[in-house]
Design a protein around this ligand. Structure first.
Ligand code: HEC
Length: 133
């Protein structure tokens, strides 16, 4: 290959990595506040008794691996309440936050028997789960 082709290649490679950097900057998770995510991670220990979010294990509740934008009531083999199975909900960050703030108020008939969380705690846990997508 003639030598003069190389600088062009190098410039193309540099341009490509700049483009990649620019694309990464627009990823939504970079907008998450790391302190809030860290707080959410700590608060998630309260959920972890019932919800695995690493190995897709079924505990008292269904696993929450990739729960963001998952359809509600869809983990196969998990015995959901009728309310959850028929809810037709998708776990957008907004729906997730509202559900854990007030499970029975948001989805009457759910089997998830916990008191609601404070709004700022529900938001932190939601950001933590978002950061794991
Ligand atoms: C005492 C056990 C328990 C705790 C603690 C608990 N959950 Fe649940 N969760 C459940 C059960 C049981 C269900 C299934 C509800 C149903 O079928 O109505 C559920 C369902 C869910 C779902 C729906 C999942 C799906 O597949 O549709 C989400 C999301 C969820 N919980 C998030 C959380 C978060 C976040 C926390 C911590 C703030 C939490 N849960 C704490 C027991 C628990």
């Amino acid at each position: 290959m003639p030598n003069h082709a190389r600088p062009t290649l190098r410039i193309a490679a540099a341009a490509l990595s700049l483009l990649t950097l620019a694309a990464c900057k627009s990823e939504p998770e970079l907008a998450l506040d790391p302190l809030k995510v860290e707080r959410g991670r700590t608060l998630y220990t309260g959920c972890a008794a019932c919800h695995d979010n690493r190995r897709r294990e079924t505990l008292v509740g269904p696993h929450l691996v990739h729960v963001i934008d998952r359809k509600a009531g869809q983990v196969s083999g998990y015995d959901y309440s009728d309310a959850m199975r028929k809810s037709r909900l998708t776990w957008t960050p907004e729906n997730l936050r509202r559900f854990i703030e007030d499970p029975q108020g948001f989805l009457p008939g759910t089997n998830m028997a916990i008191d609601g969380l404070k709004p700022q705690d529900a938001a932190a846990i939601t950001d933590y789960l978002l950061s794991r997508e």
